[in-house]
Ligand binder design. Structure first.
Ligand code: FE
Length: 203
């Protein structure tokens, strides 16, 4: 589904203010508490995917990821608008986590938000992502992370298309696209034995 729902003006302004990313002011409720659909999303996702969580050392991540992937996924960086591989990408298929290979989003939910970053109206499954409040850069936003490796993906806003009303604004560097029919063809290269434990608490 490709649908332009909003102008790039707001996102462009926010990118200027924040340095990058889909950092338009969040529509979260007073006190930074996310309301509406995002509250439901959080409530439906307690301890998601805990047994499959993947934890690597910082050195392992640096070996596995490109510098851009590491900056976004592990240091919560944001790529510049209209520069990533997938903001204007419309092939059918699946978008997997560039860190751990978990399928995060499907092309059917991707839409053109006009903000310069890949935008999705829903994750592939609610237990594929985790959310947490992000009060950085003088804004109240809801950060989106991969539930398996804890990698930073982007933010979610309440100005998306129906039926979810959500806009998952995701960095291309956090994603790896798999064309339709090849969705399960490849996992990211592993740097060696990974440490798996259920107690990880995303930053
Ligand atoms: Fe991941």
């Amino acid at each position: 589904m490709v649908k332009r729902i909003r102008s790039a003006a707001l996102c462009g302004l926010c990118a200027v203010l924040s340095g990058a990313g889909c950092e338009k002011p969040s529509l979260a409720g007073p006190g930074g508490s996310a309301g509406g659909p995002m509250a439901s999303l959080n409530d439906s996702n307690p301890g998601a995917n805990m047994k499959d969580e993947l934890v690597r050392t910082d050195a392992e991540w640096k070996r596995q990821l490109t510098p851009d992937q590491y900056r976004v996924l592990r240091e919560k960086g944001t790529e510049r608008a209209f520069t990533g591989a997938y903001w204007n990408h419309h092939e059918p298929g699946a978008y997997r986590c560039a860190g751990c290979g978990q399928e995060l989003f499907e092309s059917e939910t991707k839409f053109d938000s006009g903000c310069g970053w890949p935008s999705f109206s829903a994750p592939a499954a609610t237990n594929r992502i985790e959310t947490q409040l992000d009060d950085s850069l003088f804004m109240h936003r809801t950060e989106v992370l991969c539930s398996r490796c804890g990698g930073h993906l982007g933010h979610v806003f309440e100005d998306g298309p129906k039926p979810t009303g959500l806009r998952y604004c995701i960095n291309s560097a956090s994603l790896k696209f798999a064309p339709k029919g090849e969705e399960k063809a490849e996992e990211p290269a592993t740097p060696g034995p990974a440490t798996r434990h259920p107690g990880r608490n995303p930053e």
